[in-house]
Design a protein around this ligand. Structure first.
Ligand code: NAD
Ligand code: UGA
Length: 443
């Protein structure tokens, strides 16, 4: 019987949203974990029990698991890694042409080749194009390491509920080409009730992209419906509710708004278009999904242009910089394009978020982020709610109205109660809820 059955030793490479959460949860499930990241500052914080990302329950679990000594964090590769399985969770960002940049993944494989004993299972958790597992196998083979098992177990966690999703996954996908590969993955997730699909590596890699692309498609679809609802004077929230009761459609991911952001949907949809394009397949539907999403983000700007002749020197306050509530992640946040466009039109942009502390836009520099919405809104000519943090929904809107110069309020997530907002003296504009739309030309 393998030693790993009793105390599985796991290395996780990359201590970001996926790697850190996976590593800490594996430790909580009794595995012995080494978490490796090249970012020294991150690792030193983690060694001290300071959680480097905002993620519910993660900070407490980190402290607990450090105390059990089942997890350790290192920024330098140990000479040898005495482990049963290594999970790769490094970033796979977009290249300028939309394809996934795999340089981090291959850099890790090069490090692993000289450090692993025979029979170890390498598992990619990072989202990687179809065929990456084969390319890793090929690289290892060229280095004389045909004795390692290369597998794929794509990750489906959502930021904001990453711990919960990791401990209770919706499903597990194991892509492998050897029985040892499947067996070690089964042992890793031994205690789960989640449905498991065992398949070849390429299928596992494809399932991940297809899942994210489908969810992004649902969002762009409902946003198109919302834009039509505006024209035909109906409420998209009720339309989505009515659709969602049909179990074939389902209610989730039908919230109209300023579109999807984050570190995954934008990059993964671009990567899948690129994967198809490389094979001379024109993925028209997904291209449209991406285009609709870019268009959606700028809806408040179009509304503002009808409200004010000129945005020069107007104070515009954005509520919410995180790409969604429950996270401090601002990667590809819907706020980004909006901020850039407003600044380009000469507006003074103020940012407010309960969790995000700094926001850097490469072309503009670092922008300060306030956490007090009332203070941030003093003298405002417009407020745009970008992220539906509870802290914003529950604001004292009457008090807020006493601070703002103008009653313009754009609810980019359809979460504010039109009656409360109207009673407070704001004129509310939202997405696909035509009844509460800003009357054009009113100042
Ligand atoms: P992240 O940027 O938060 O973390 C990646 C970490 O990898 C960083 O800390 C970085 O320093 C480290 N790293 C980079 N190169 C390294 C190397 N050569 N050696 C060691 N460490 C290295 O990224 P993330 O959000 O955790 O995403 C990681 C992967 O998981 C991506 O492929 C992403 O698409 C996928 N994914 C992410 C999520 C999510 O919700 N964030 C969900 C599912 C899948
Ligand atoms: C998403 C997927 O939900 C995860 O399953 C996947 O693992 C992850 O991407 C990934 O591959 O990284 P995440 O990006 O954390 O997770 O967040 P979601 O909750 O999916 O939201 C993504 C974006 O869509 C957010 O900007 C959110 O505001 C937007 N959204 C979501 C809508 O506009 N409408 C909706 O109905 C739902």
């Amino acid at each position: 019987m393998k030693a790993g059955v009793f105390l599985m030793r796991v290395a996780v490479v990359g201590a970001g949203y996926v790697g850190l959460v996976s590593g800490i949860c594996f430790a909580a499930q009794g595995k012995q974990v080494t978490c490796i990241d090249v970012n020294k500052e991150k690792i030193v914080s983690l060694q001290q029990g300071i959680c480097t990302i905002f993620e519910p329950k993660l900070g407490e679990l980190l402290i607990e698991q450090l105390a059990t000594q089942r997890i350790r964090f290192v920024y330098e590769w140990p000479d040898k890694l005495d482990i049963d399985l290594v999970m790769i969770g490094v970033g796979t960002p977009s290249r300028p042409d939309g394809s996934a940049d795999l340089s981090n993944v291959f850099a890790v494989v090069l490090e692993l080749a000289s450090r692993l004993k025979s029979g170890v299972v390498i598992c990619t958790k990072s989202t990687v194009p179809v065929g990456t597992g084969e390319a890793i196998k090929q690289l290892l083979s060229e280095m004389g390491r045909d004795d390692l098992h290369v597998t794929s177990a794509p990750e489906f966690l959502r930021e904001g509920s990453a711990v919960e999703d990791t401990l209770r996954p919706s499903r597990l996908i194991f892509g492998a080409e050897s029985q040892e590969g499947f067996q070690t993955l089964r042992e890793l997730y031994g205690s789960t009730d989640a449905p498991i699909i065992e398949c070849d590596r390429r299928t596992a890699e494809m399932i991940k992209y297809a899942s994210n692309a489908f969810l992004a498609t649902k969002i762009s679809f409902i946003n198109e419906i919302a834009n039509i609802c505006d024209l035909v004077n109906t409420d998209v929230s009720l339309v989505a509710k009515g659709m969602g009761y049909d179990t074939r459609i389902g209610e989730s991911f039908l919230r109209a708004g300023l579109g999807y952001g984050g570190s995954c949907f934008p990059k993964d949809t671009r990567a899948l278009v690129n994967i198809a394009g490389e094979l001379d397949y024109d993925f028209k539907l997904l291209k449209a999904v991406i285009e609709i999403n870019s268009h959606q983000r700028l809806l408040p700007l179009r509304q503002l242009r009808e409200w004010y002749e000129d945005l020069k020197d107007k104070i515009i306050v954005l509520y919410g910089i995180a790409f969604k509530p429950g996270t401090d992640d601002t990667r590809e946040t819907p706020a980004l394009e909006l901020v850039k466009a407003l600044i380009e039109e000469g507006a003074h942009v103020r940012l407010c978020d309960p969790v995000v502390k700094r926001f850097v836009i490469p072309e503009i520099g670092e922008m300060s982020v306030m956490d007090d919405a009332i203070l941030a809104s003093k003298g405002a000519h417009a407020i745009i709610l970008v992220t539906e943090w509870r802290e914003f929904i529950e604001l004292d809107w009457k008090l807020l109205r006493t601070q703002t110069e103008s009653p313009f309020l754009f609810d980019g997530r359809n979460v504010l109660d039109p009656k409360i907002i109207a009673d407070a003296g704001f004129i509310l504009s939202s997405i696909g809820r035509a009844t509460t739309r800003v009357p054009m030309g009113v100042v």
